[in-house]
Structures are given as structure tokens and as C-alpha cells.
Design a protein around this ligand. Sequence first.
Ligand SMILES: [Zn+2]
Length: 77
Amino acid sequence: MTLSHEQVRTLLVSLRFTRDRELTCDEWLEDLSTYLEATPTEKLGETFQLVREHLDLCSDCREEIAMMVMALCLSSE
Ligand SMILES: [Zn+2]
């Protein structure tokens, strides 16, 4: 099966917009505490896919989590 350029374009656009849910930063922060308490296996599961995706997409939250991790490291010393 070969796709025309037009079909490929339509496919790519629909992939980008069919995601039914994306986390806002506030929602992400709420899920984050659950995420941090999850086991490593759970962390990689589908449940937290949105949490991981948001971290990929949002540099604000990446900085946020870096600071939290740093604070945790400092407080455990
Ligand atoms: Zn964010």
C-alpha cells in the first residue's frame, strides 16, 4: 500500500489532534505525587504515560521536578 503525500499529511495531522487528553501543568502536578509513589514498573506503565509525555513536552515542569528532586536529595542528607 502506498500513500499519497496528501494522505500522509492528513494522517499526521489527525495523529496530532486525536489525542483525547493532555495534562495541564496543574493536573500534571496532582498526578506527580501519585507517580512518585508508584513502583518502577508502574511508572513505566500506561497509567503514567501522560505524566511522562508532559515531562517531555513541558520544560517548566522539567525544571519543577529537577528542583523537587534536588530538594529531596538535600533533605535526606
Ligand atoms: Zn507543565
